[in-house]
Design a protein around this ligand. Structure first.
Ligand SMILES: [Zn+2]
Length: 567
């Protein structure tokens, strides 16, 4: 690890490194690398347990998340555990039909079957295919394929063939998933139940996140026709009305994972109807989400999860915003930056001393699983108000971090575009973002490049100042993007702008909050939460300001290869 990983402004990489440690800690090497989905914090001290979601959903998310974390941080440790984790995931794939099966009724399954249906075990068969859970292996296989692992391809093809056996044709180009679970002997409640998750159609179609990426990577007729057919059915008959104004569970109910898939399919195939559908979902979600990224899981619904934010949903929202922005459909860069700097980073349990204080006597192995993990049910001013901690959000947190990190810089031909004010290196540039300490961005060129920098909306364009090697220059502008022309290797570009401070009032789930912004960072929320309060970041400015103002260039910074989920 190089010193750059510990520079205070390397937020995304630091967060990814912490999350990767939590992920590795949550792999149970005594049970063939089975992950722990659940940590029960009602028990004293908190206890980790195995559950229904471990085998397919979490193992899939973990295989994916670990690869993304390595790309961001350059970390190479945990290789043996990673190999075992992959073997564990592949062991869930049936060699005959290619589908990934969930088992029930094991000795440990009583820990936490489902947060939606605590006694789901009584409805299940000994072994079944859970459609929502197929999403984990699908995204893991996509990430492996994009990373150049050709062994993933036969598994992909088998899974696609397996999924074809579960769909019904409802029109010439339309396919539906008639049940949310499948086994050779179907249960009626899997088709038409009145409870969750069987009544959530998006639960079945969330796998479109992976299918759509697979269309881009594999592009065979079997994958493409399946993905497009399912997307068409969901757009016409799913949970989202034609105006996009849905009321549903954003991640767990599958709305956003499905919308991500439909957006990517529309962009890849040039289907304007699909793009417009996905944009309506994004706009409605964004309209109902405070600007610091507090995305409600139960958006527009009643009950506990209508007032809480799950990190997995943030991953979907950032992914959707990025896909639409990079395709030129709209400019959601400010949304992405605000979500990443604020709710995403604040959803992470970074404070180990506070965890120890909250849970006296906690076992070190359980603490290691928590520390660096992400919240599944945050309130605007606190974490750890739910019954426990879910492992899905480690995978979700890493995905969200990865999408923000990869989106921060785009490179095509001889041009590097700096889109977000996060620190990140590529083979061509090193970038250090200084918010919230200063309104400043430094770019050192490693190779000759044309450079553009997008200035965030909170900075007044008239007050921006650009220098190259200390000499003021005047860029040309298109919108908020400054074009700096062709620069030589070794040159340093610095952008400075006044950092605006402002207060803001929020009404969230019937409660009033006051926030204090500095640039794109929400430093503080009042009143402070109990337990594990968040948005208590005012002190950070004073504590680390002097260090943060000194760019620490390092040629030893690990530079990752090409993006695994698109440019
Ligand atoms: Zn989650």
């Amino acid at each position: 690890m190089t010193s750059i990983s510990f520079h205070p402004t390397y937020w995304l990489q630091n967060a990814a490194s912490l999350a990767m440690s939590a992920l590795l800690a949550r792999i149970d090497l005594n049970q063939a690398a089975r992950p722990y989905f659940w940590i029960d914090i009602r028990q004293s001290p908190p206890q980790a347990s195995h559950s229904y979601w471990d085998g397919v959903d979490i193992a899939g998310r973990f295989v994916d998340g670990l690869i993304l974390a390595r790309q961001m941080t350059g970390r190479c440790d945990g290789a043996e555990a990673e190999a075992q984790l992959r073997d564990y995931l592949w062991a869930q794939q049936d060699p005959q039909d290619g589908l990934f099966y969930n088992w029930e009724d094991e000795a440990h399954a009583g820990g936490e079957m489902s947060k939606y249906l605590p006694d789901a075990g009584v409805l299940t068969r000994p072994r079944h295919v859970d459609l929502f859970c197929q999403r984990g292996p699908l995204i893991a296989l996509c990430t492996l394929l994009a990373a150049g692992d050709s062994r993933a391809l036969p598994r992909w093809n088998q899974l696609i063939q397996g999924l074809w056996r579960l769909v019904e044709r409802t029109g010439p180009e339309e396919l539906c998933l008639p049940t949310y679970r499948w086994a050779p002997l179907l249960k009626p409640e899997w088709t038409m139940g009145a409870n969750v998750p069987e009544k959530w159609l998006g639960y079945r179609y969330a796998l479109l996140t992976g299918l759509a990426r697979g269309v881009e990577l594999v592009g065979d007729p079997a994958t493409t026709e399946l993905a497009l057919g399912l997307a068409r059915w969901y757009m016409r008959h799913g949970d989202v009305p034609s105006d996009g104004r849905y009321a549903a569970n954003t991640h767990s109910g599958g709305i956003l994972p499905t919308a991500v898939g439909i957006a990517r399919l529309g962009i890849h195939t040039g289907n304007a109807e699909m793009i417009a559908w996905a944009q309506r979902v994004y706009e409605w979600t964004r309209t109902n989400t405070p600007d610091f990224g507090f995305l409600r899981d139960g958006l527009g619904l009643d009950g506990f999860f209508s007032s809480t934010c799950e990190t997995c949903g943030l991953a979907d929202l950032v992914h959707l915003a990025l896909a639409l922005t990079q395709a030129g459909v709209a400019d959601y860069w400010d949304d992405i930056e605000r979500i990443a700097r604020n709710q995403l980073l604040e959803n992470q349990y970074r404070d180990a001393p506070m965890l120890r204080q909250l849970y006296p006597g906690i076992d070190e192995s359980v603490l290691a699983m928590m520390h660096g993990g992400f919240e599944c049910a945050a309130f605007p001013n606190r974490l750890l108000a739910y019954r426990g901690i879910e492992a899905c959000c480690i995978g979700g947190g890493l995905r969200a971090l990865y999408h923000a990190w990869r989106g921060a810089i785009s490179e095509t031909g001889d041009t590097t575009m700096i889109n977000l004010g996060f620190s990140r290196s590529t083979a061509n540039v090193e970038v250090i973002g200084h918010e919230p300490w200063q309104g400043r961005l430094d770019v050192r060129l490693r190779t000759p490049r044309r450079l553009t920098i997008r200035v965030p909306t909170h900075a007044a364009l008239a007050a921006t100042l650009f220098t190259v090697d200390g000499q003021p220059i005047t860029p040309s502008w298109s919108g908020r993007t400054a074009h700096l022309g062709l620069l030589a290797a070794g040159q340093i570009v610095t952008l400075t702008y006044p950092l605006q401070e402002r207060g803001a009032n929020y009404e969230i789930a019937g409660k009033s909050y006051t926030g204090w912004w500095r640039g794109a960072t929400l430093l503080e929320i009042q009143p402070p939460g109990e337990g594990y309060p968040i948005y208590q970041r005012h002190h950070m400015i004073e504590e680390t300001g002097p260090n943060a103002s000194i760019p620490s260039w390092s040629d030893a910074t690990p530079v990752p290869t090409t993006s695994l989920w698109g440019d």
